[in-house]
Design a protein around this ligand. Structure first.
Ligand SMILES: NC(=O)c1ccc[n+]([C@@H]2O[C@H](COP(=O)([O-])OP(=O)(O)OC[C@H]3O[C@@H](n4cnc5c(N)ncnc54)[C@H](OP(=O)(O)O)[C@@H]3O)[C@@H](O)[C@H]2O)c1
Length: 274
């Protein structure tokens, strides 16, 4: 496993396990499986409705709590200072934990204009020691800039859609300048087109690896934190086996050439669903 050191000194596994769209009972099995394979970072959210299943898997794993890195997220309907504090406590209870490692705002919802006060509640949770780090998801540069201007704690990371067809070059440069990591959601484009890309398949064949492994390796070498999801035991293992090979500069250049700024998910500037 490779680790990154976040801007507040906290260490985080560079490869984690996502559980979006995994029902609560299946999440328990999948997370147990992932922890057995070696994953130590789990990415859930209130809106995934599987924090309880994730919590049961953590409790059953036998792995010391301090060796695990647990992320959950504040849903859009809970934005606001007091609402955030309450929603956090409810997440913690569902997870069965007494702290989480990372708490994230799920979407900026710019139309509502509540993400700054919401972030201030995250700062309180951080200062109270209930979370080890705070950050955001789906923030464009202008949203990050407002936090930098109006808040005190710099987010440790920004979790955004990122894969070879959406490389987020400009956002990554801004984040790097401010010590904010980029964490890639849908790193495999949610299992869609990029897994069948001819360039990726060619590189995979040359390394004796799968397309998914090449894409995850690309993320790691592109300095993304990455959280692939799978409920399939063989894929959970496949996605973890990405530390025993290296993409060359030529491979990296070829994948860089695949960028087409193509979003599979919604544009955060317009996403205001609650
Ligand atoms: N912050 C946000 O707004 C946000 C949004 C979306 C996602 N996320 C987080 O990011 C995580 C990952 O994103 P994601 O779930 O959208 O997509 P993803 O990890 O890019 O892809 C998951 C899909 O790819 C399939 N898959 C996984 N490994 C594979 C492999 N080795 N070969 C072929 N297919 C494979 C999975 O199928 P099976 O499961 O059937 O194996 C699933 O359908 C989420 O689970 C969630 O934790 C965050």
């Amino acid at each position: 496993m490779e680790y990154v050191t976040l801007n507040n000194g906290l260490k985080m596994p560079k490869l984690g396990f996502g559980v979006w769209l995994v029902p609560d009972d299946e999440a328990e099995t999948a997370v147990k499986n992932a922890i057995e394979v070696g994953y130590r970072s789990i990415d859930t959210a209130m809106v995934y409705k599987n924090e309880e299943g994730v919590g049961r898997a953590i409790a059953a794993s036998g792995v010391p709590r301090e060796e695990l890195f647990i992320t959950t997220k504040l849903w859009n309907s809970d934005q606001g200072y007091d609402e955030t504090l309450q929603a956090f406590d409810a997440s913690l209870e569902r997870l069965g934990l007494d702290y989480v490692d990372l708490y994230l705002i799920h979407w900026p919802m710019p139309k509502e204009n509540t993400y700054v006060e919401t972030y201030k509640a995250l700062e309180k949770l951080y200062h109270d020691g209930k979370v080890k780090a705070i950050g955001v998801c789906n923030f464009h540069i202008e949203h990050l800039q407002r936090l930098l201007d109006e808040c005190k704690v710099i987010p440790v990371l920004n979790q955004v859609e990122c894969h070879p067809y959406l490389q987020q070059t400009e956002l990554k440069a801004f984040c790097k300048e401010h010590g904010i990591y980029v964490e890639a959601w849908s790193p495999l484009m949610n299992g869609k087109d990029v897994l069948n890309d001819e360039v990726i398949k060619e590189i995979a064949e040359a390394h004796g690896k799968t397309a998914a492994q090449v894409i995850l390796r690309w993320h790691l070498q592109y300095d993304n934190i990455v959280i692939p999801k799978s409920v399939t035991p063989s894929r959970i293992e496949e996605n973890f086996n990405v530390f025993d090979f290296q993409l060359s500069d030529v491979d990296m250049k070829k994948i860089e050439g695949l960028n087409r700024n193509h979003r599979n998910g919604p544009d955060p500037a317009e996403f205001n669903n609650k």
